[in-house]
Structure formats: structure tokens, C-alpha cells
Design a binder for this molecule. Structure first.
Ligand code: F0G
Length: 456
């Protein structure tokens, strides 16, 4: 196999700023050691998220120029709807400004207080929207996902037995089940075709619709292609079509595999549900032919969805994410194995065993990666998922203390990823010196965005 290279060349560049350690120390103090509060022009390599941070193609920019900004009946919507239906196959396509708006409309339409909604792992906004509608959001990852370092080709799978049990124990109280592809909350791991198919059979045998959280559907299709021998010769678009053929609808953030900087959609095959969803859409997002989007955004997504399904692009994407994971793992850094599609997750608790959970090893590592090399990452651990008990004030902690290095699409070159490898390795070598942090201020909800920390 010849060396896998970036299947694109660079036409336009964006300077990034190299700061001194003293400057970064000052930015950290001013931001309360919270990287969400550091200005992005003080970041050298930004691995906070792969959401909306990708580079668009010449084809997307060209399509944007023909964006039709009419309030109703825009041909840009026609092209958007055509692309979504061609790939996803659902009857109704409802544009939204991003993924969480689709989640909110879905939850407001189908969820009643006391309902239960299972998923392999809910993303935080999905969970928050379901909980806000009064449901219990249940995570049912497969058992292989529990061992972070064990390689398994489809660690994103939902636990099928648990799914059947939840449906049987809650008759009439599960408005829909979900599967997130790839499983972002569970390390960016893919879900197998067989798992989606069987989950669909389990749901449909009990009259429960299945929705796919489709954000990274093309990366998932690539992993099915690469890891399931029976799909080795199948084009990614056909794999994607088959994945969605088992579902009754989907939510999508086009900021990921839509290859766009903003956008999303909600799909369903149910006419009555679509009608209610469109009514809600008009209330807060916009008329059904634009949702919360400009016509030019719809055009960019219509092109981007196909670009995400290009085999050469996905091969490069998986190999560059894997390259980062393999090189830091070879130096001893504990990561979630195997490398995910859009990100590498460092097991900060294993890397910094001298820091107790109460000193937030994930956040401590996030701070150190910035201080040492100007790299921004994100804690996915007790800062994000823990919370003080409302009565006792005592802190509850997350199961895992992870740090996610998310790779924006088509943005960083191999030498920039090599730089990230070097910085992570250097921090790893001096890991015993990394100090913990404590929380000095926090809001009652979604605290990771604004909490203020100080070094212990
Ligand atoms: N579902 C998944 C699996 C996601 O990863 C995200 C966003 C959403 C839904 C919500 O989409 O941001 O367009 O409203 N994930 C980003 C991340 C923010 O960094 O992982 P959105």
C-alpha cells in the first residue's frame, strides 16, 4: 500500500500564533485555567473540537456563491434536501442551525415526562435535551467499551441485551431508542452494521422507532468498510444508505461529517411527527426551507455530505487520527484503544496516577498541554460529567477521566500533528510534576464551559 497522503492541496492559509510560555501562563491565569475561556488566537493547535472547525473545499465555496437567500422555496433547500434524501433516505428533512436544535425539536415532539431513551452513549447536548423534556437518558454501551485499553473493532456498539431489557421493562415509555455513530461519548468508536441492524429488529419488534445520531456517519461507514470483510468492496455511500435503512429517523450536526462550519438537520419517515416538528421549527428556527440556516450554508452542506463519503478522504482521515494515537501510545501514553475516527482520548487518570479525582487529572492535563505547547484539548471526565450533590454539596465523579484531542477536518498538516506528538510525549516524560486543579467557581449546569479553577 503506498503512503497515505492528504488527498487535497492548500489554496488559502490562516496564520496561527506562536506564543511564549510566559504569555500562555498569563492567558491561563486570566481564563481561570479553563481553556474554553482562552481566546482562540492565543492557541497554536486547536484540538478542542472537530465541530464546525473543518476547512471547506473549493467545491463548497463555489456552491455557496449560488446560495439563494429567499425566505421560502429556495432552490438551495432543494439541493440540500436532495443530497440528504439521497444518502440518508428519509422521507422528511428538517433543516436546523446545528445538531442540538434537531435534538431539542425531536425531544419536544416525542418525549413525555417519565419516558426513557436508551442510546449507546448520549452526547451531552442530547442528554440535556432529553432530560429537559423530562426523560431519563440511559447509556447502554457494549461491555467491550468498559476496558479502555482493549482493542475491539466496534467498541461503539450498543449493548443489545440491555436494549431489549430496557424496552421490555418500560412498555409504552420509550418514545424512541438512539444509536450514536460514531460513539463520541465512548471514545469516537464505530458501531457495526450488524449492531445497527439487530438494534433495529429489537426496537421494531416492540413498536419502538430507532433514531441515529448521525454526526459522524461517514467516519462510521469508513470503519465498517475497513473492518467488516463483507463490506470491503462496498462504496461508503452504500454503506451509509444501509445504516440509515434500519432507522426511522436521525439527528445530524452538519458541523462534523457535513464538512460545514454550521448546520444540521432532523429526519423522520413519520408524516404526523414531521408536521409537528415543522410547527416547532417555525417557532424557533425558521421556515421549513431554511431552518436556522442561510441558503449558502445549505449549499455547503449539500456538497460536504458527499465529500465526507470519499474513500480517499476517509482513509487519510482515519490514518492521520490513528497516526497521532499510535505515536503517543508507543511512547507509553495511555489512550483509549483503538484510536477513534475524529479524536484520540488520553486516559488522564492512568497517566497521572498521583492526582486524585478531586484534583481533576483530566483538567490538569488539558492545562499542561496548553502551558507546554499551546495545544488546546478538552476534558471529558469529572469536570464535564461530575457535579456536586444538590443536598450535601459532596462531589460525584465520572467513571473515566479522559482528555480528548479532536482533529478538525482537513485543517492540520502531518508536521503539525508531529508537533502535537512531541508535546504530548514531553508532558508525559515530566508527568510526575503535573499539578492538579481545584474548582473555585462553577455554574449549576454544564459547568465545564465556565468553571473557574486554580492550581492545587
Ligand atoms: N451529537 C454528537 C454525537 C455530537 O458529538 C454533537 C456535538 C452533537 C450531537 C451536537 O451537535 O454541536 O451541532 O449542536 N459535538 C461537538 C463535540 C460539540 O465537540 O463533540 P451540535
Amino acid at each position: 500500500m503506498p503512503r497515505i497522503i492528504e488527498p487535497f492541496r492548500i489554496k488559502m492559509v490562516e496564520p496561527i500564533r506562536i506564543t511564549s510560555r510566559e504569555e500562555r501562563e498569563r492567558y491561563l491565569a486570566e481564563a481561570g485555567y479553563n481553556l474554553f475561556c482562552v481566546p482562540s488566537d492565543a492557541i497554536l493547535i486547536d484540538l478542542l473540537t472537530d465541530s464546525g472547525t473543518g476547512a471547506m473545499s473549493a467545491g463548497q465555496w463555489a456552491a455557496m456563491m449560488r446560495g439563494d437567500e429567499s425566505y421560502a422555496g429556495s432552490p438551495s433547500f432543494r439541493r440540500f434536501k436532495h443530497a440528504v434524501q439521497d444518502i440518508f433516505g428519509f422521507r422528511h428533512v428538517i433543516p436546523t442551525h446545528q445538531g442540538r436544535a434537531a435534538e431539542r425539536i425531536l425531544a419536544a415532539t416525542l418525549v413525555r415526562p417519565g419516558d426513557v431513551v436508551p442510546n449507546n452513549t448520549h452526547f451531552d447536548t442530547t442528554r440535556a435535551n432529553l432530560e429537559a423534556a423530562g426523560a431519563v437518558a440511559l447509556d447502554l454501551p457494549c461491555s467491550e467499551a468498559q476496558d479502555l485499553s482493549a482493542p475491539h473493532p466496534f467498541k461503539g456498539n450498543i449493548d443489545l441485551e440491555a436494549l431489549a431489557r430496557v424496552l421490555d421493562e418500560n412498555p409504552g415509555r420509550v418514545p424512541f431508542a438512539m444509536i450514536t455513530v460514531t460513539n463520541n461519548g465512548g471514545g469516537g468508536q464505530p458501531v457495526s452494521m450488524e449492531n445497527i441492524r439487530t438494534a433495529s429488529e429489537i426496537c421494531h419488534a416492540r413498536g419502538v422507532p430507532l433514531y441515529i445520531d448521525a454526526c459522524r456517519f461517514a467516519e462510521n461507514a469508513y470503519f465498517i468498510h475497513a473492518r467488516s470483510p463483507e463490506y470491503a468492496g462496498t462504496p461508503l455511500i452504500e454503506i451509509a444508505r444501509e445504516m440509515f435503512s434500519y432507522a426511522d429517523g436521525c439527528t445530524m450536526s452538519a458541523k462534523k461529517d457535513g464538512m460545514a462550519n454550521i448546520g444540521g438537520f432532523l429526519c423522520t419517515n413519520d408524516n404526523a411527527v414531521a408536521q409537528q416538528e415543522q410547527a416547532l421549527l417555525i417557532l424557533t428556527e425558521g421556515f421549513p426551507t431554511y431552518g436556522g440556516l442561510a441558503g449558502r450554508d445549505l449549499e455547503a452542506i449539500a456538497v460536504g455530505l458527499y465529500e465526507a463519503l470519499d474513500l480517499h478522504y476517509q482513509r487519510y482521515r482515519a490514518s492521520s487520527t490513528g497516526y497521532l494515537g499510535e505515536h503517543i501510545a508507543a511512547a507509553g501514553v495511555p489512550i483509549v484503544q483503538p484510536p477513534g475516527g475524529h479524536a484520540i482520548y488520553i486516559d488522564a487518570a492512568a497517566m497521572l496516577p498521583h492526582l486524585p479525582k478531586a484534583q481533576y487529572p483530566g483538567q490538569a492535563l488539558v492545562v499542561e498541554l496548553y502551558r507546554h505547547g499551546g495545544i488546546r484539548s478538552v476534558e471529558i471526565g469529572s469536570v464535564m460529567f461530575g457535579r456536586p450533590d444538590p443536598e450535601t454539596g459532596e462531589e460525584t465523579f465520572a467513571d473515566n477521566e479522559l482528555v480528548r484531542l479532536a482533529i478538525p477536518r482537513r485543517v492540520y498538516t502531518k508536521s503539525q500533528i508531529d508537533y502535537v506528538v512531541d508535546v504530548v510525549k514531553e508532558v508525559y516524560e515530566r508527568r510526575a510534576e503535573v499539578r492538579g486543579v481545584r474548582i473555585v467557581e462553577q455554574p449549576p449546569m454544564l459547568r465545564h464551559f465556565t468553571a473557574v479553577f486554580e492550581p492545587v
